[in-house]
Write a protein of this length. Structure first.
Length: 242
């Protein structure tokens, strides 16, 4: 699905991944679940681009619903997979710590897990190799994505700022649709290792000149970062900084 010129989405508001499309190739941000591979193929067919045009996968973090088909691209096509250095082991299959119990409603919970199962969530393959990245790195990929360290949801969570498409991809550092409650709007994401750290990391978005703030779950936010942060703080019950 086209969000804007050079910016495409696969999946839906439950779980999504994104493509940055340039003449010189494609950068994939996150890799959803294994079953999203077919969605990727359909998107590429619509674009008239071969899968070999994907020059790299950048993971916002190492959770299973983001690494999806990344190992398939890496092992079959030699496409490098980048991830925050502190999440490298997580992307390779290390078990994340237990997190506090999140609020939930039965309907959205069933919808989330049913969708995950239909998209192959029980057969995700960990990465065998990754390229660790760090805060401030500009990756040698289409769109020249820049890494912003955003620890909180996981130790190695990163945001990916792509000025070429005026977007920042934030993974699970926040959500615009809580997969366990169905509540819409910018808010803290469930399954977060360190919510206080995540809340502090959100302020890193404040100075970015973007038109899109794009989470891994929920609708893309069309608007500037400060307005998103203000809505997030309202959901937290906290005043906006500054």
């Amino acid at each position: 699905m086209e969000l804007a010129p050079q910016l495409r989405r696969i999946g839906n508001d439950i779980i999504a991944a994104h493509l940055i499309v340039a003449d010189e190739g494609i950068t994939l941000v996150d890799a959803g679940l294994p079953g999203h591979y077919r969605d990727l193929e359909r998107e590429l067919h619509e674009l008239g681009r071969p899968i070999s045009d994907i020059k790299g996968v950048v993971l916002t973090h190492g959770d299973t619903d983001h690494i999806g088909f990344a190992e398939r691209l890496r092992s079959e096509l030699g496409i490098p997979v980048y991830v925050g250095a502190e999440d490298a082991d997580r992307a390779k299959g290390a078990k994340p710590p237990a997190t506090p119990k999140d609020p939930r409603r039965i309907g959205p919970v069933i919808q989330f897990f049913a969708y995950a199962i239909t998209k192959g969530g029980l057969r995700t393959h960990p990465l065998r190799e990754v390229v660790p990245v760090h805060d401030g790195d500009v990756l040698p990929l289409p769109g020249s994505p820049r890494v912003l360290a955003m620890p909180g949801h996981s130790p190695g969570s990163i945001a990916i700022h792509v000025p070429a498409v005026r977007a920042v991809f934030v993974g699970d550092e926040l959500t615009t649709r809580h997969v366990l409650t169905g509540v819409d709007g910018p808010q803290p994401a469930p399954f977060t290792d360190d919510q206080a750290g995540s809340s502090a990391s959100i302020e890193r978005l404040a100075g970015l000149d973007v038109d899109w703030v794009i989470p891994g779950h929920g609708a893309p936010w069309r608007g500037d970062a400060p307005s998103l942060i203000a809505a997030y703080r309202t959901a937290e019950g906290l005043p906006a900084a500054g």
